[in-house]
Write a protein that binds this ligand. Sequence first.
Ligand SMILES: *Cc1c(COP(=O)(O)O)cnc(C)c1O
Length: 456
Amino acid sequence: MFEHVEPFRIKMVEPLRATTREEREQYIREAGYNPFLLRSEQVMIDLLTDSGTGSMSDLQWARLLVGDESYAGSRSFYEFQEAVQDILGFPYVVPTHQGRGAENLLFTVMVREGQYVVNNMHFDTTKAHVLHKRGRPVNLAIEEAYDATLDHPFKGNMDLERLDEFLSERGEETALVMVTVTCNSGGGQPVSLANIRGISEICAKYGKPFFIDACRFAENAYFIKQRERGYEDWEIRDIVREMMSYADGCTMSAKKDGLANIGGWVAVRDQELYGKLTEWAVLFEGFPTYGGLAGRDMAAIAQGVREVVREEYLAYRIGQVSRFGRRLKEEGVPIIEPVGGHAVYVDAKRFLPHIPQDQFPAFALSVYLYTEVGARGVEIGTVLAGRNPETGDHDYPKLEMLRLAVPRRTYTDAQLDLVVSGLKSLYERREELKGLRFTYEPPVLRHFTARFEILS
Ligand SMILES: *Cc1c(COP(=O)(O)O)cnc(C)c1O
């Protein structure tokens, strides 16, 4: 019954300053036509990311006040550990400053030079940490995951046949298998329980450890309840426990389904592995009872993981993102389907077919959307992809997308409707919109600091 209806009332607000079109034109020009270089005060509706940008509940704010800031043995750590044990079912928990800290710890212990790490699709930081350990990241998502317009209930699934084949050939050189729920790099698409069970069986057959990149575990569980036969009547908590029961451990960014603004963890079943993780934790993150976090942050996360598995919250959360996608579609705006758990992706190739890929249609669309209504999305396209180191040419991706990520419990449908109306009016005059050209192109991670001009 809570679908699309907020299961909360708002008792603290952060005023937003409305800007005029003239002001926005000036701001984006000063930012070199790169929305990353805008100040947040210049943005009305910030859909750059859903990471650490959500709103905490009154009880989370209350936990901040009673956080225990002891270096060793903090009460807030035990509260945090108990919540993770209770909700996810892993006995050992190492707090980290955020998700990538957890990845660094796990791969430092488990990945040796030249070893493979298999994932459905590696998230950027996960891939970067595998490479940093001189490991070899391999993506084995199902074929359907790469077809932007294909409808499939569990587009984040791993290809089990290829996983079995891979491990039969390269099992010796494989460090571990991971599955990312929901699959962020695949657009926030869920992974089914049958698939998770299948991965664990194949891992057991070859004696390989199996971990879950659990950043959006609750959103994934809600999709299972909605879409997978046999789970309709299960409690979300039980689905989460069932998902995790097949894995040896998980890495987590509490900035996503921890409903917190910072934090993360790596959680495991094996005591010996826990011992090794804590040795490195001291070096990279901090003493194992704070892991780079203030006690108050751990206390807020402890409360967050208990709130995130409430069904009325998830119905509202997934319902809001899905409604946002449906409203765009109703106005004729081309989007990638089906809509995932945390973001809507606008298909810029279909939106701006007259702008060639070397004029960055998705990046240009992010600039126009900002100028139109003061909303910020992020390009997932050619600028992000960078250049091929051998040929020096752009490494053109198959898709040019504008990602509109929705922070948790933060914006109302009315605010998202403003974004819909902005994209609608841009779509109506799409032929007038122009591409971009670099005026400054940094050598690495160019999307963050590049500057552009609009082609005439
Ligand atoms: C965000 C994210 C991470 C990294 O977490 P940070 O908190 O940003 O360091 C890892 N994996 C996935 C799937 C993510 O979405």
